[in-house]
Design a protein around this ligand. Structure first.
Ligand SMILES: Cc1cc2nc3c(=O)[nH]c(=O)nc-3n(C[C@H](O)[C@H](O)[C@H](O)COP(=O)(O)OP(=O)(O)OC[C@H]3O[C@@H](n4cnc5c(N)ncnc54)[C@H](O)[C@@H]3O)c2cc1C
Length: 511
């Protein structure tokens, strides 16, 4: 297959794909055919190239997938802008005067789109069209919707309607996930936003700041976006069906974060079962049963953030013999092999299979492993139990390993302690004592099996815990390790100490 010379410039991706399509012959054969072009797909394609093999990705939407185009990158970009607005209006230090920063939402959206384009060019487009293109196995991408027509053949319907086929000795399913739409009366006839609202140059992009917003859901996307919009000035109502937000996290974290969000002015309702929605592009109505009572809510926009589901519908998996679990995720073994020996899967499309998580670094890590196993017989297993993850609320939530409840369910005899961050010197020094940290220890070994933290820089601190857990660390390893003073990472040492000491009576440096 030929490639188009020259670096891809911002906005040139579509013409590039179209140009490439003209160079397609009817059926081409590759060592690895990949469905998707997100983080998992790219990692696999790069690995294939390193192994001297040929690989082709397919993409029906935008090169690079969810993370760069409508997920991690745009959300973290705008969340930080909202934090600046909030911090200016609420300085933590007496002596600093609150300031109202002006907000030009269209300009914020425009810079977000620019960042997306730059990042996509740098980290995705340049890889398929960059310096390596002269090499023996340039990484290929074909635009169009891919379907497995037999276990080795993927048929692509290009945007211009033409069909062509790619044949793969090995095949990788890396089609990612999409917003999950719950079954709510009236939803089909009511305009609503999804987590795709941060996308760029697509219809579902939100370009105006909503005056008010109702969010259905209490998971990480609902909370990150809810706090962000509230800080930009929208009136935000969050309706969560269960008894607490982040229901799979430690209850201490959920409850502390609930208080923080409510203090910021977010109307956060738990035990809220949405019964009916209606409305138009300017105003929506939601009826919910909240703790048994019928309540009516009204806002200018509705955001449905009730989770994400693997993209496995209509891509020929059943025909090829690939088995799915009850959530529609591709079933894989610890080597990322599906029920069909030469078909592999990685990224969001495997959902929570083999203790995976639907986050970018897992997909990127596993995509490379899948390619090594498929193309080089590497026999590498994935190591999912120790994956740190972060929710980018302010303060951040970061967790690794098991919660108290999960450890018990796994039959691990354990003990847990939770401490408030107000006793961490750094938190006091910078006047931000919001949050808690909880540690779960196996008994009697004192091996750390889980850590959950809500607090400043939790997303950075959690890496120490994750690395320690990879090496089977005990609470004593955290205690003996000299931590930089004063840092938020000292929270780990203090919570480890709390199992044996009164940590409210420590001198400097948690000693
Ligand atoms: C709002 C939001 C914020 C997020 N924030 C974070 C974060 O901070 N940190 C983090 O780690 N993760 C975050 N995530 C999750 C992260 O984006 C995903 O876990 C990750 O992008 C999944 O990568 P993937 O390669 O599995 O799939 P994707 O990136 O979704 O790629 C799959 C690609 O396959 C394409 N495709 C699907 N079906 C077909 C087909 N039949 N033919 C051709 N192409 C097809 C899709 O168009 C898509 O581009 C966030 C997600 C959202 C929505």
């Amino acid at each position: 297959m030929d490639t188009i010379p020259g670096k891809v410039e911002t906005g040139q991706l579509k013409p590039l794909f179209e140009a490439r399509l003209q160079y397609q012959s009817d059926k081409e054969t590759y060592d690895l055919v990949i469905l998707g072009s997100g983080s998992a797909a790219f990692a696999a394609a790069i690995r294939a190239k390193e192994l001297g093999k040929t690989a082709v990705m397919t993409e029906m939407r935008t090169l690079g997938g969810t993370c760069v185009n409508r997920g991690c990158l745009p959300s973290k970009n705008l969340i930080e802008a909202a934090r600046l607005v909030h911090d200016a209006a609420h300085p933590r230090y007496p002596g600093l005067t609150p300031a109202q920063l002006g907000i030009d939402f269209s300009a914020l959206v425009a810079q977000k789109d620019e960042i997306i384009h730059e990042y996509r060019d740098q980290h995705y487009a340049s890889i398929i069209d960059g310096a390596d293109e002269e090499g023996p196995n340039p990484i290929q991408v074909v635009q169009g919707s891919a379907v497995l027509v037999d276990p080795h053949t993927v048929e692509i319907s290009a945007p211009d309607g033409t069909l062509h086929q790619l044949s793969g000795d090995q095949v990788l399913i890396a089609t990612g996930s999409s917003p999950l739409t719950p079954s709510i009366p009236g939803l089909d006839d009511t305009p609503y936003l999804t987590s795709d609202l941060l996308t760029s140059q697509e219809e579902m992009e939100l370009t105006e700041l909503p005056r008010s917003l109702i969010i259905i859901g209490g998971g990480y996307i609902a909370l990150e976006l809810g706090q962000m919009f509230a800080r930009f000035g929208s009136e935000v109502t969050i309706l969560e069906r269960s008894g607490r937000i982040l229901k799979d996290y430690e209850p201490e974290i959920s409850l502390a974060l609930t208080d923080i969000l409510r203090e910021e002015g977010i109307r956060l309702m738990t035990h809220a079962r949405v019964r009916q929605v209606s409305g138009n592009t300017g105003e929506v109505q939601v009826t919910a049963e909240v703790r048994g009572q019928q309540r009516h809510f009204q806002a200018s926009k509705l955001l449905v953030a009730t989770g994400r589901r693997p993209n496995t519908d209509g891509i020929g998996l059943e025909r090829a013999g690939v088995q799915l679990d009850s959530q529609g995720a591709v079933i894989v073994d610890a080597y990322l092999r599906t029920s069909v020996p030469h078909i592999w899967a990685a990224g969001d499309v495997i959902g929570r299979e083999i203790e995976s998580q639907m986050v970018t670094p897992v997909g990127a890590h596993d995509g490379g492993i899948a390619a090594s196993n498929a193309l080089a017989g590497a026999n590498r297993r994935v190591d999912h139990p120790v994956i740190p993850r972060t929710i980018f609320t302010d303060p951040q939530v970061a967790v690794v390993g098991l919660t108290d409840e999960e450890a018990n369910a796994a039959g691990i005899a354990c003990q847990c302690n939770t401490i408030p961050l107000s006793i961490v010197p750094r938190a006091g020094a910078i006047r931000d004592t919001r949050g808690v940290i909880k540690m779960v220890l196996e008994r009697p070994t004192r091996r750390v099996v889980g850590v959950s933290m809500l607090g400043v820089n939790a997303g950075e601190v959690i890496h120490e815990a994750a690395m320690a857990m990879r090496f089977g660390a005990t609470a004593d390893d955290f205690i003996d390790m000299i931590h930089v003073y004063p840092t938020m990472a000292e929270a780990l040492k203090i919570v480890a100490l709390s199992f044996t000491k009164d940590v409210y009576k420590l001198s400097c440096c948690a000693s």
